[in-house]
Design a protein around this ligand. Structure first.
Ligand code: PMP
Length: 286
C-alpha cells in the first residue's frame, strides 16, 4: 500500500479563543509516521534511476521513522536494509526496525554521527544510501503529495493563515511550503525546532552545525524553539482534550501553533508526524 491520504481533522478544544486549528494526522501512514512518504518515493525514484538494483543492500542513517518506512519498502521489494542508528534512538524504534527485517548498526552519539558512519559504509561499497538529507524525493513527496492533500481536504471557504511543522531533515517544511504556497500565496509558514541542549527525536535546530542540503527554509517566517518538557506536557494535554495520543514532536508543533494563533489569530494547519506509542519506554507521561 502506498502512503498518504491521511486525515485532516480540526482540534476543536485546543485552538485559542477566536481561532481555528486543523491537524494532518500522519501516524495514519502504513508504518505510523510521516516518513513513509519520503521513504516510498526515495526508494522507487532511486531504483527507477538505476541507482541500485534488485536484491542490492540499502544503507540509511536515521533516528528511526525514515528507517522504519524504508525497511518496509525494502522488505516488500526484496532488498536487505542496514540502518545506522544513534544510541539515542528509543527501544520501540529498534524493535520495530527489527520486526521489519532491518539489520541495526548502533553508532555512538547522535544523528550526525550516524550519518558519518553510513557514509563510510557507502564509500566502502557496502550498499546504496537513499540519503534522506540530500534526496530531492524527500521534499517532493510533500510538494506533490501531502500539500495537495491538504489543499484538497481544507474545509473552510478561505485559505489557512498559518502552516506549522517540525524541522528535521527539512523535507516536510521544504516540500509543503513549496506545494502550499503555489496554491495559497499568502500562507505564512513557520518552523518548529528543538532546543539545541534539549533534543526531541526527529527534530533539528537551524543553529545545528549540520544543515541538510535538502532543506530550503527561504519561505519560513517565524521560528519556534520548543523544549522537551513543554512538548511532553502538550502531548498529555492533547490526549486529554482531543483523545489523540501524539508523539513528542507533535506536542512541540501544537504548542507552537497555539503561540502563533494566540499572537496573530486566524486559522492554522499543522502536520503531526507520528503518534506516542514509540515513546512509551521513556516514561514521559507517568
Ligand atoms: N518528527 C518526527 C517524529 C520525525 O521522525 C521527523 C523526521 N525526521 C520529523 C519530525 C521532521 O520531519 P522532516 O525530516 O521532514 O523535517
Amino acid at each position: 500500500m502506498e502512503p498518504g491520504n491521511t486525515p485532516l481533522v480540526e482540534l476543536r478544544n485546543m485552538a485559542p479563543a477566536g481561532t481555528r486549528l486543523f491537524a494532518k494526522l500522519e501516524w495514519h501512514n502504513p508504518t505510523g509516521s510521516v516518513k513513509d512518504r519520503p521513504a516510498w518515493r526515495m526508494f522507487h525514484e532511486d531504483r527507477a534511476q538505476g541507482k541500485f538494483g534488485k536484491g542490492e543492500p540499502l544503507i540509511e542513517a536515521t533516528s528511526g521513522n525514515t528507517g522504519i518506512g524504508l525497511a518496509r519498502v525494502a522488505l516488500l521489494e526484496g532488498n536487505p536494509m542496514h540502518i545506522c542508528l544513534p544510541t539515542s534512538a528509543s527501544e520501540e524504534r529498534r524493535q520495530l526496525l527489527r520486526a521489519y527485517g532491518a539489520n541495526l548498526i548502533n553508532v555512538e552519539g547522535g544523528p550526525n554521527d550516524a550519518i558519518a558512519y553510513a557514509r563510510e559504509l557507502v564509500a566502502a561499497g557496502e550498499g546504496h544510501m537513499c540519503y534522506q538529507y540530500g534526496n530531492p524525493a524527500n521534499p517532493d513527496s510533500h510538494e506533490f503529495g501531502t500539500a495537495l492533500e491538504i489543499i484538497r481536504d481544507w474545509p473552510l471557504a478561505t485559505p489557512p493563515d498559518h502552516f506549522l511543522c517540525a524541522y528535521g531533515t527539512g523535507g516536510t517544511i521544504t516540500g509543503n511550503s513549496r506545494g502550499l504556497r503555489k496554491h495559497w500565496s499568502d500562507l505564512a509558514v513557520h518552523s518548529v525546532e528543538e532546543d539545541l541542549s534539549d533534543t526531541i527525536g526527529g527534530m533539528r535546530n537551524q543553529q545545528d552545525p549540520f544543515q541538510p542540503p535538502v532543506a530550503d527554509l527561504g519561505l519560513v517566517k517565524d521560528r519556534y524553539v520548543i523544549g522537551r518538557a513543554e512538548a511532553e506536557a502538550k502531548v498529555a494535554e492533547t490526549m486529554k482534550l482531543e483523545g489523540h495520543f501524539v508523539g513528542t514532536s507533535s506536542g512541540a508543533i501544537i504548542e507552537a501553533a497555539q503561540r502563533e494563533l494566540s499572537t496573530n489569530g486566524g486559522t492554522a494547519v499543522v502536520l503531526l508526524p507520528d503518534a506516542g506509542w514509540k515513546y512509551l519506554s521513556g516514561n514521559p507521561w507517568q
